[in-house]
Ligand binder design. Structure first.
Ligand code: CDV
Length: 311
């Protein structure tokens, strides 16, 4: 018996700073309707899908910064997404900036939520690998202040049993770190949902700019293959507030092959019929972790007295 999850990757074109949540949600709903018409069980939106990518600006006024955050999920502006998803019977995964009171203090995370076909929140992930810097760096053409505006995610890399399979989430820069996929892979993840905002130009390493699209697919295809998992990578792309962001949204099979790929720099839905049982021939053979991985082999290197500590 096969376990098919038909997935839509809802690439978004630029969101301007002046665009309201309501306007953005209308775009998300349009893509949700397309996904339903295409037979999708699940639609995946990008990282920070409700606003422009605000970490590109240095801000000091916390009240101004907090305008980009959601205090409730769903809140007034996002409620229509949940209502429509329940009506259509489609799940969704949405990246957003989360502001939450926890342990007696205010916390801010770059988060993503997984919602099932009954519009119930069934999973959450908070970004662990926050790129960029915390202070204003005027030499840059634009800022990347995720380290200023967000705390490191405190949920680890949880995997969830939903949609008749095992699902995990990552956010943008996480996709460049093999251990992020591996921690999910070790929990049996069969599909990893991942949104991103990736400027073409990386100010500290402009010599990599012409490789931005190559690196994007390289890391996601490797992560899929090396863990025998589907990977759904979804961009917010195009020229947003003067900054060019890569597109290249892709749905990647456990073989590492691209099953569907975006061809535009704007709002675009791509769809793939994903057989979760395709993961088995990888998880039970070449990437049978229980059989072939040798975690204890790494331990003596780390623990050896006088060993050079990792940088
Ligand atoms: N939003 C991101 O995490 N962007 C990073 C950029 C800054 C390199 C990325 O890894 O795509």
């Amino acid at each position: 018996m096969t376990r098919i999850v038909t997935v839509g990757a809802a690439q978004l074109g630029p969101i301007s700073r002046s665009e309201s949540r309501q306007q953005v949600v209308r775009r998300l709903l349009e893509l949700m309707h397309q996904a339903k018409a295409a037979g999708c069980d699940l639609i995946v939106y990008p990282e920070l899908a409700l606003t422009t990518f605000f970490p590109r600006w240095y801000m000091e006024d916390q009240a101004e910064i907090d305008l980009f955050f959601e205090r409730e999920m769903p809140g007034a502006a996002t409620r229509p997404l949940f209502d429509e998803a329940a009506k259509l019977g489609i799940g969704f995964c949405l990246g957003y900036a989360e502001l939450i009171e926890e342990s007696g203090r205010t916390n801010r995370f770059n988060a993503t939520i997984l919602v099932d076909k009954q519009a119930r929140a069934v999973g959450k992930y908070r970004k662990v690998h926050l790129p960029g810097h915390a202070e204003h760096e005027p030499w840059r053409a634009f800022q990347h202040l995720e380290k200023r505006y967000f705390e490191i995610g405190n949920l680890g890399f949880p995997a969830y049993r939903v949609f008749d399979g095992i699902f995990g989430m990552l956010i943008c820069n996480d996709r460049r770190w093999p251990e992020a996929y591996r921690v999910l892979g070790l929990q049996g993840a069969e599909m990893i949902l991942l949104g991103y905002n990736t400027p073409v130009h990386n100010p500290p390493s402009p010599e990599h700019d012409n490789l931005a699209n190559f690196h994007n697919h390289l890391v996601m295809q490797s992560g899929a293959y090396q863990n025998g998992s589907w990977v759904v990578g979804v961009a917010k792309c195009g020229k947003e507030e003067g900054v060019e962001q890569i597109a290249g949204s892709a749905i990647i099979a456990p073989s590492g092959e691209i099953a569907a790929a975006a061809v535009t720099q704007g709002d675009e839905l791509i769809v793939a019929r994903c057989d979760l049982d395709l993961t088995r021939s990888y998880k039970t053979t070449i990437f049978n972790f229980a059989q072939h991985r040798v975690p204890e082999a790494y331990r003596p290197i780390v623990e050896r007295k006088g060993a050079v500590p990792p940088p």
